[in-house]
Design a protein around this ligand. Structure first.
Ligand SMILES: *Cc1c(COP(=O)(O)O)cnc(C)c1O
Length: 410
């Protein structure tokens, strides 16, 4: 979203017009921004064979999946339902990586039947896999390097208390199982968490992974997961992608030389690709002055964007109805019947009832974590593509709320 001639717009489309045409609350995504992020990430590794597997859990709308496929991305799925969505969006099963955690073995078998790549993150599952498939199905192994990384304990996945991955301390056991069943391991994977800032974390993990890789003779892929941070706050520093790309490329090339073969390097960004491409447009229902603050109450809440309440996430908010107004201090809150605050002590251009606010950086883990709490409808979704707004998800209706409820005689 950019400010041009006193109007906030995406690809030349005025966001006020989008709010008027499709109503509020509405998630609006910018295809060009997704493309720019994809190209920036790919461009950081010019000399390597890099494949980007979009972590679909960040934003699973089929139109967005199809768009990322058109850019050349593969897909990272964390549930069999995400696998299905990927297939519906036209991804080749071979380009879908299924990284489940804590699922039943039946769900893993379903993934294998659909022909997607499986990433195994538990030795007991690997044994079941060995019993059933031996060397007939290639797999990835998800390792836990026990690195503390990520912006928030809730989104860190590589630490010692984490449920994710097979501990690198279990390598001996892991290799025993692989050798006994003759399991064909073609890739090693690690994903240490979200909101990682510096190349150091990736490099430390890479070093551990490269050391381990020597014990696996049939590798074709190394998957470094994701965790690329995006700037939420104005003062947030950006990941230095160039620096990261250079350092990782150097380490990876040295490893490949050592290993005796060129491997393909995978990343699985979610947030990095779609977060900044999305805004949530909401309408001001009430402006309410209390002894403590001035609340701006909008027609949305933590049911639509849970990140501020769940992760203490900061999302920049702007009043797109009043561009050059007097700045005032507000607390922006939702309409849910419990505390649901989008932002405290924000300086916004003076807000009147009816004004449209844009909550920025809402492309990732926005709609995909939304719910019907308070029996509210989830927002509509609009993709700006080729300079035009396209409705890609209708607003819900009462029918959606009651669809699966079963009426009984009482
Ligand atoms: C969530 C997740 C990702 C994406 O993380 P982001 O921080 O959104 O980039 C990648 N890989 C796996 C296995 C995940 O669970």
């Amino acid at each position: 979203m950019e400010l041009v001639n006193n109007k906030y717009q995406i690809q030349g489309v005025n966001l006020i017009d989008v709010a008027n045409e499709f109503g509020t609350p509405v998630y609006v995504y910018d295809s060009e921004r997704i493309k720019a992020q994809y190209e920036k990430l790919k461009g950081a590794f010019p000399k390597l064979d890099v494949k980007i597997k979009y972590a679909s859990k960040a934003l699973t709308n089929l139109a967005v999946l199809k768009y990322l496929r058109s850019l050349g991305a593969g897909l990272d799925a964390v549930s069999i339902q995400e696998v299905e969505l990927g297939l519906m969006a036209g991804f080749n099963p071979k380009d879908i990586m299924y990284t489940p955690n804590g699922v039943s073995f039946d769900e893993i078998k379903e993934g294998i039947e659909k022909g997607v790549m499986i990433n195994i993150d538990n030795i007991s599952v690997l044994e079941q896999f060995g019993n059933e498939f031996r060397d007939t199905v290639p797999v990835f192994i998800r390792l836990n390097p026990h690195l503390m990384a990520g912006g928030n304990h809730k989104i860190s996945t590589g630490h010692i208390d984490s449920k994710f991955g097979i501990s690198i301390l279990q390598t001996r056991h892991l290799l025993r199982v692989i050798e006994t069943y003759n399991i064909k391991v073609v890739g090693l994977h690690m994903h240490t968490g979200s909101d990682i800032l510096d190349a150091g974390v990736f490099l430390n993990g890479a070093k551990l992974l490269f050391d381990l890789a020597k014990d696996f003779k049939e590798l074709r892929f190394i998957d470094f997961g994701s965790g690329f941070k995006v700037p939420y706050h104005e003062s947030d520093v950006q990941v230095d992608l160039e620096d990261l790309g250079e350092k990782i490329s150097k380490a990876f090339r040295a490893f490949c030389k050592d290993y005796g073969r060129d491997l393909q390097l995978w990343f699985e960004p979610g947030k990095y690709l779609v977060s900044e491409a999305g805004v949530l447009l909401v309408k001001t229902n009430v402006v309410k002055t209390t002894p403590a603050t001035v609340f701006v109450g909008v027609d949305s809440g933590m049911n639509h964007l849970i990140r501020p309440m769940m992760y203490d996430a900061y999302h920049d908010i702007v009043n797109i109805s009043n561009i050059n107004g007097t700045k005032r201090v507000y607390t922006i809150v939702g309409y849910i019947c419990e505390t649901d605050t989008f932002g405290w002590d924000r300086k916004l251009d003076e807000v009147k009832e009816g004004d449209i606010l844009a909550i920025k950086n809402a492309g990732a883990y926005g709609f995909s974590m939304s719910s019907n709490y308070n029996s509210r409808f989830r927002p509509a979704e609009v993709l700006i593509y080729n300079g035009k707004p396209h409705l890609i998800r209708k607003r819900e209706t009462m029918e959606d709320i009651t669809r699966n409820q079963v009426d009984i005689e009482l």
